[in-house]
Design a protein. Sequence first.
Length: 118
Amino acid sequence: VQLQASGGGLVQPGGSLRLSCTVSGTIFKIDTMAWYRQAPGKQREFVARISSSGSPYYTDSLKGRFTISRDNAKNTAYLQMNSLKIEDTAVYYCNVQGGRPFADFDSWGQGTLVTVSS
């Protein structure tokens, strides 16, 4: 199972970005898809997750600015980030849990860097 995260980049404060995370490989199902982030010098923290039925859950501090969604036909999760702040600068990682032949999986993407700076 491979995860490909993309969409990061440099954006000014107040701007927006949309991250994508696409799952590939031999899988039976995708359950929870989630985003985490790790800012410089800090521990990785939870951002948002979305269930297989599309129910989202966010860390409280990001509610209203970030929106997680998924396209099950494309095995892809998205993170729409609006009104970005300097403190949103981090490497963003996707995490996906699901099922594959003979085993479940819990996989991480390689991370995509988001830099918010003027």
